[in-house]
Design a protein around this ligand. Sequence first.
Ligand code: ADP
Ligand code: MG
Length: 238
Amino acid sequence: MATLKLDHIVKEFDGAEVIKGVDLIVEDREFVVFVGPSGCGKSTLLRMIAGLESVSDGDILIDGKKVNQIGPAQRDLAMVFQSYALYPHMTVANNMGFSMRLAGVPKADRDARVREAARILKLEELLDRKPGALSGGQRQRVAIGRAIVRNPGIFLFDEPLSNLDAALRVQMRIELARLHNELEATMIYVTHDQVEAMTMADKIVVLQGGVVEQVGSPMALYHHPRNRFVAGFIGSPT
Ligand code: ADP
Ligand code: MG
């Protein structure tokens, strides 16, 4: 069970507001996509949810509990980044187990969770390899595996597929949809790609200039865009 509530979140950098009062409710097991042009504040918003960036104003609630002052490792979530940030000298298994080792999880438990993540992601044959011997798609799966082993209620993805070629992107979208079902987790997914938003989301949040322009299902946004920006961005007929 993992719900998220953003209550009028504001972020300032050097006196300039880049997130201007965002309200949002994410339901348990929902797949929510933040979409909008480069610089609109998607990553900043996600990083605040993750606890990697402080909020200037407003509250973040996970399962109804205010987490503003709680560090990233203590929030019931895990983030997958665009640049995979794998440790090049460690095997796939150790890359996936590393955060658990830091957290003091016993080796037997770590190994079991790494094996389970590898099964889910079809990485069983690759556990002893180093990242340098993997394809881009395999590296991205390892990065997702590092999140899965933590068994979080909420997964955060920041443009995880933007470094992959078009064919692999399509395949990974299908795989992420399967993961969403299998893990029964809440997922928040950031992209500037309308097609990803339209095909993957239960609920789309359209951002522009640090403001939420509209929230709704792909079909609601397509058929009833609230303004020209949403219509243009989603590709509705106007
Ligand atoms: P997106 O992910 O949608 O491309 P970002 O969240 O990265 O957008 O950035 C939103 C705005 O905040 C941009 O104008 C960006 O320059 C600014 N910004 C992001 N991080 C910082 C930072 N650490 N310091 C100052 N400005 C920042
Ligand atoms: Mg970004």
